[in-house]
Write a protein that binds this ligand. Structure first.
Ligand SMILES: Cc1cc2nc3c(=O)[nH]c(=O)nc-3n(C[C@H](O)[C@H](O)[C@H](O)COP(=O)(O)OP(=O)(O)OC[C@H]3O[C@@H](n4cnc5c(N)ncnc54)[C@H](O)[C@@H]3O)c2cc1C
Length: 389
C-alpha cells in the first residue's frame, strides 16, 4: 500500500492550488492529487463564468480575491513568459433599487476600506457612464473601475496543472470512495479501484461533492451541489464597455467575446440539492425569467437570440454561502477547502496559499482564513456573504 504525507481529493482549481502552494511554501513530503474526471468535464471550475470581483460584503472575501488579482497581475512572473489567462478587467456593476440601497452602501464602504476601486453612482451618473442602460427602478449601482473582470478558467487551471508536473506530485486518476479513520485521525483513503492509500493529511477539495467526501470520514459538512444555468446569446449591438452587470433581480449578464453570457435566474427559496448528473439546461428560465429582465435593463436586448447554454453545479454551503477553510477541530488532519458557493474560482489561489502556509508553518501568514474555519459549522453559526451571484 502506498503512503503519502498529503492526499488531496479533487484535482480541479482548489486541489491543484493547494498542491502548487504546498511546494511553493517548501513542503518536501509526498503529495497525491486524486481526480476522478481528468478532463474536468463536470467540474465547477470549467463550467463557471470565470469572473473575479472585489464586490463582496465581508472583508475576508475581498482579501481572498485581492490575492488572486495580484497573481493575475504578475502571472508571467509566477508561471513563465507564455502564461496568459485572457484576463479582461471589465468590472462588475451591481445595481440596487430603493430596497437594496442600504446594503449596497454598506458593502461599498466595506470594499473602500479594503482599498477596492469601486465607485457608487446614482441613476443619473450611471446613465451617463453607460449609454445602453435603462435605470428604471434603479437607485444606484456600484461599479468596479479596476480589479474586477473575467478570464479563461481552462487556461487558469491549465497553468496550475502544468506547473504541478515539475513539482514531484503524483497526479492520480481515480475516485475516492472511502476514508478510514482511527479515532480522531484520518489514516487512509480507498479508491474505486480497490486500492488503499495511507494519508498523513487529507485535504477535501471535492467541490460540489465535498459534503459526500466529508461524510466518508464521518464529518458533517453542509455543502451540496446546486444547479446553475448559464445561457449564451447574440445581440445585434455590441457594448464594449459593458461590465458584468447584476440586476437587482439577481440576473447577471456580461460580454464574452462577440456574444454575451447570462444567468442568475434560479431562486434559492426552497431549493434543494441538485442531481449531480443533471447537466440539462432549463431553457424556460431564459424565456420566462432572464429575457424580460434583460430587455428592461438594456432596451437593445429586446431582440436577442439565445444560441447555447450550459449547466454547472455550485459548491453550495447551505449554512451561509461562504467557504469552509481549515482543519476539522477534532479530526485535525482532515482539512476543508469547500463551500465557495459560486466564488471559488477566484478564491482558489488564495486558499491554496493560506492552507499551504498553515500546514508548512503552522499558521496563516499572508491571508488569515480563521474566520472561515469549521467551528462555525459545528456551532451552526452563520458567517454570511450577502453578495452571492
Ligand atoms: C455556473 C457557475 C458559475 C460560476 N461562476 C464563478 C465565477 O464567475 N467566479 C468564481 O470565482 N467562481 C465561480 N463559480 C464557482 C467556482 O466554479 C467554484 O467555486 C470552484 O470552481 C470550486 O473549485 P473546486 O476545485 O473546489 O471544485 P470543482 O471544480 O468542482 O472540482 C472538484 C473536483 O473534485 C473531483 N472529485 C469530487 N469528488 C471526488 C472523489 N470522490 N474522488 C476524486 N475526485 C473527486 C471532481 O471530479 C472535480 O474535478 C461558478 C460555478 C458555477 C457552477
Amino acid at each position: 500500500m502506498a503512503r503519502y504525507d498529503v492526499v488531496i481529493t479533487g484535482g480541479a482549481i482548489v486541489g491543484s492550488s493547494i498542491a502548487y502552494y504546498l511546494r511553493e511554501e517548501g513542503f518536501t513530503g509526498s503529495i497525491a492529487l486524486i481526480e476522478r474526471d481528468p478532463q474536468f468535464a463536470h467540474a465547477a471550475t470549467t463550467l463557471s463564468c470565470a469572473s473575479i470581483r472585489q464586490q463582496f460584503s465581508i472583508p475576508e472575501n475581498i482579501r481572498l480575491s485581492q490575492f488572486t488579482l495580484g497573481l493575475f497581475r504578475r502571472l508571467t512572473d509566477e508561471f513563465g513568459p507564455d502564461a496568459d489567462i485572457g484576463f479582461r478587467e471589465g468590472g462588475y456593476l451591481i445595481l440596487a433599487g430603493d430596497n437594496g440601497l442600504p446594503i449596497l452602501r454598506a458593502n461599498h464602504a466595506t470594499q473602500m476600506a479594503e482599498g477596492a476601486d469601486i465607485v457608487l453612482e446614482d441613476a443619473e451618473q450611471l446613465q451617463k457612464r453607460f449609454s445602453w442602460i435603462s435605470t428604471e427602478g434603479i437607485s444606484a449601482g456600484a461599479y468596479g473601475r479596476t480589479g474586477e473582470g473575467w478570464f479563461d478558467a481552462h487556461a487558469m487551471l491549465g497553468l496550475f496543472r502544468k506547473a504541478l508536473k515539475t513539482k514531484n506530485i503524483d497526479l492520480i486518476t481515480a475516485e475516492v470512495t472511502g476514508i478510514e479513520r482511527v479515532g480522531n485521525r484520518v489514516t487512509a483513503v480507498t479508491l474505486a479501484t480497490g486500492e488503499r492509500l495511507e494519508a498523513g493529511t487529507l485535504f477535501n477539495a471535492a467541490g460540489p461533492n465535498a459534503g459526500k467526501v466529508s461524510a466518508m470520514a464521518g464529518l458533517a459538512l453542509p455543502v451540496e451541489p446546486r444547479k446553475r444555468n448559464v445561457f449564451v446569446f447574440e445581440a445585434r449591438e455590441k457594448f464594449a464597455d459593458m461590465p458584468l452587470m447584476v440586476d437587482p433581480s439577481g440576473v447577471y449578464v456580461r460580454p464574452e467575446g462577440s456574444v454575451y453570457i447570462t444567468g442568475g435566474a434560479e431562486s434559492e427559496d426552497g431549493e434543494l440539492a441538485a442531481d449531480v448528473n443533471d447537466f440539462n439546461p432549463d431553457w424556460g428560465l431564459f424565456e420566462e425569467v432572464i429575457w424580460p429582465v434583460l430587455a428592461t435593463r438594456v432596451p437593445a436586448f429586446e431582440a436577442i437570440k439565445a444560441t447555447q447554454a450550459w449547466v454547472g453545479h455550485y459548491d453550495y454551503n447551505a449554512l451561509d454561502q461562504n467557504a469552509v477553510i481549515g482543519p476539522h477541530p477534532e479530526v485535525t488532519n482532515f482539512i476543508f477547502a469547500n463551500g465557495f458557493s459560486g466564488h471559488g474560482l477566484q478564491q482558489a489561489p488564495a486558499v491554496g496559499k493560506a492552507l499551504a502556509e498553515l500546514l508548512v508553518h503552522g499558521a496563516y501568514r499572508t491571508i488569515d482564513c480563521s474566520a472561515f474555519g469549521y467551528q462555525r459549522v459545528a456551532e451552526g453559526r452563520a458567517f454570511r456573504e450577502l453578495n452571492v451571484i
